[in-house]
Structure formats: structure tokens, C-alpha cells
Design a protein around this ligand. Sequence first.
Ligand SMILES: *[C@@H]1O[C@H](CO)[C@@H](O)[C@H](O)[C@H]1NC(C)=O
Ligand SMILES: *[C@@H]1O[C@H](CO)[C@@H](O)[C@H](O)[C@H]1NC(C)=O
Ligand SMILES: *[C@@H]1O[C@H](CO)[C@@H](O)[C@H](O)[C@H]1NC(C)=O
Ligand SMILES: *[C@@H]1O[C@H](CO)[C@@H](O)[C@H](O)[C@H]1NC(C)=O
Length: 358
Amino acid sequence: MGRMKANDNGIKIIIWVVAMFVLLQFLNYDWNIFNFHLFGGSRLNNDIHRNIPYDSSEFRARQIDPPLNYEPNAHIAIIPFGTPPPVHIPDVDARIIVITFNRSHSLRRLLESLNKVDYLDDKVVIEIWIDRNKDNEFDEKSYKKHAGIYGQWIWTWRPTKDTKEICVILEDDLSVSTFFYRYLKKVHAQYDHRPEVNGYALQAASLKHGGGKGPLQAPDENIVFLYPVLGSWGFSPSRDNWIGFQNWFREAHKNKTFLPLVPGILPTLWYKKELKAGTHENIWTMWQIYYAYSKNERTLYPNFPNKTGMTINWRENGLHFSKAVEVAGPLVESWDERIENLPDEPVHLDVNGTIVKY
Ligand SMILES: *[C@@H]1O[C@H](CO)[C@@H](O)[C@H](O)[C@H]1NC(C)=O
Ligand SMILES: *[C@@H]1O[C@H](CO)[C@@H](O)[C@H](O)[C@H]1NC(C)=O
Ligand SMILES: *[C@@H]1O[C@H](CO)[C@@H](O)[C@H](O)[C@H]1NC(C)=O
Ligand SMILES: *[C@@H]1O[C@H](CO)[C@@H](O)[C@H](O)[C@H]1NC(C)=O
């Protein structure tokens, strides 16, 4: 596949849209976790990372649905649908990972919003990771259980220790602000060197994970704040902490008696509830929350006026905590100059939104 250079053809922004299909084997593996947990047996193989990325011969053999009727703008170069994607496109400024499963209208809505984003002059790749079940179908059962959620979240970004690329992981029920990329560049530049910052949430809306009433919010004068629980409606990991989390998860997840429970927060209650139903593997975030807790890490959240966000969530059928959170305000529509001047020391909120000393 020919790579286009930014200065060729006067094109400033090049985006590859790469459809990556998660391997059959990989999903079989996830289903295995699920079943073995249900029946209390042992797991044969815990290497969730095995066989990623996808196997192109299988991809070619697969029946492919007609492509979305998706017209990109002139700034975006798209690899023809069905082109086996390269395993990895290196040397980009940013990698946007879209994870999706049988929600083509949501995916289209997200792609349309990504299409309008100001990517400055950067080279950006969009990878679309499409999950499917072990029978190679998109069926109702796997849709609900979404067995590949761990793999889609945890193993799709594989940064090297020295990569400078920015990654953001987006589920398909989101839309993004045209300023989200500009915002991410600023916050990464300002806070990536801080070991306690594990990433950047893009959402405005969150509940207070400690169970306190009302939405999570910092006092208005703070354009950003740090918080102990990640936000998954658009999350951009900090490289080193993400590598640390992946390495820890790979081992911790092998221990069948270990549960990633964190005292005093709602996700632990949700996780325990799912545990009873045998569906706790759905809540991949619990592992990240536990890891952050054990390392005393924080996630940076935006705190824009009127609760506008860099993403909004359309709250469609899915897994996560969305039911518990009221719809956020609209997307950010203008550039807040305070982002140019981010504080050296953002406020820290605890799980009930109270300002605390770090
Ligand atoms: C995909 O989603 C549609 C509704 O959006 C549903 O009718 C259909 O059964 C789903 N297909 C599979 C294979 O899950
Ligand atoms: C958060 O608020 C809930 C409900 O008021 C309370 O039960 C919990 O102890 C609080 N947690 C913290 C850490 O303040
Ligand atoms: C597995 O987890 C349990 C419960 O947290 C712990 O007691 C045990 O030491 C762990 N085993 C290993 C091999 O780490
Ligand atoms: C916030 O909303 C109020 C009322 O809708 C509006 O008057 C104000 O201009 C908004 N502020 C910003 C910064 O958008």
C-alpha cells in the first residue's frame, strides 16, 4: 500500500481508515474465559494478547458486508474497503482507535464527527476495530455480552516505550468535538511527564464514583481536574502508564482468585453484581481502576463551562455505566483560551468530587 506524504498533492492531513478485524481465535479465547468462570473450571491459556493483530487470510475469506456509504472530506485519504490492513502503521502523530460491534449507524455518526475535527497539520490514523463472535457472525448473543471488550480496550494500542504518538480510544456510541484533537495535544504536552497522570478523559459528564449526589464537577475556575477513576467516553492513555497497566493486567488476569476490587466506589458494587451473574468480565474498566488505585494514579478531566464535553455519549445499548449518568451537555463548540495556559498543578478531586490534597 502506497503511503502518501503530507506535502504531496498539497494534502495537509492524511488519515488512513483501517478496518481491523479481531481474530476468531482471540474471541474464542474470550469466550473461554467467560465459560470457565461460569463453571468454575480452570483456564487453559491466559495470553489474551495471543494472535493479535488479525490474520489477513481469514479476513480475505470472510464475507464482507457492503461498505458504509461514507463520503470523506477532501482532506482524508481512505484505503479502499476490504484492503487487508497493515499490521501496524508506524510514524504517525496520532492513532484514533474506534471500537465497534454491529452498530453501523453509530459508527457512521462517530466517523462523521471525526471527519470534521481539526487535526492541525498532523498525520493521523484511524483504526476501526470490529468485534465479532466466534461463529463469524454478529449475533444478538455476542452483541449483548460483547466478549471482546477486554481485547478491544486493552490490547488495541501497543505503544513502544519511545513512541511520541497520541492514542485515543473511542467506542462507537460517541461523537467528538471538532476541537478534541487540539485539546489532546495540549494536555499531553502539559502533563505526560507527570507519573501520576495515567490519561485524559474527553467527556464532560460523569457521576461521582464514591456515590455522592450530583454530577462530577470542579469549581468553574478550573479548566481541568485530576480524578482517581478513568473516564471511558473517549480515553487517551498516557504512554508509560498504559504500558505499565498492560504488563500488570497480563499477569494479574491469570490469577483466577484475584478480583480487582477497590473499596468505597460504585464500580466495585457493579462489578460484584456482575460477578454474581457471571458477566463481570464485561467491566474491563474495573482492572484499570484497580491498577490506578494501587499506583495512586489519576485521570485528567476537562471542566468546561456549561458541562460541554470533547465527546458526548449517545447512550445506546451497551455495557457500561451509561444508565447511571444523565446526558451531558453539548459538545465544545469554541476554543477556550484557558487551554493554552493549563495549570501546572490541576486540582485533585476525590471520588465524591471534593477537592483534596494529592
Ligand atoms: C445488529 O443490530 C441490529 C439492531 O441494531 C439487530 O436487529 C441485529 O439482530 C443485530 N445483529 C446481530 C447479528 O447481532
Ligand atoms: C461519598 O459519598 C457517599 C454518599 O454520600 C458516602 O457514603 C461516601 O462515604 C463518600 N465517600 C468519600 C470518599 O467521601
Ligand atoms: C492470587 O490472588 C489471591 C487473591 O488476591 C492471592 O491471595 C494470591 O496470592 C494470588 N496468587 C498469586 C500467584 O499471585
Ligand atoms: C452557558 O449557558 C448559559 C445559559 O444557557 C449561556 O448564557 C452562557 O453563555 C453559556 N456559557 C458558555 C461559556 O457557553
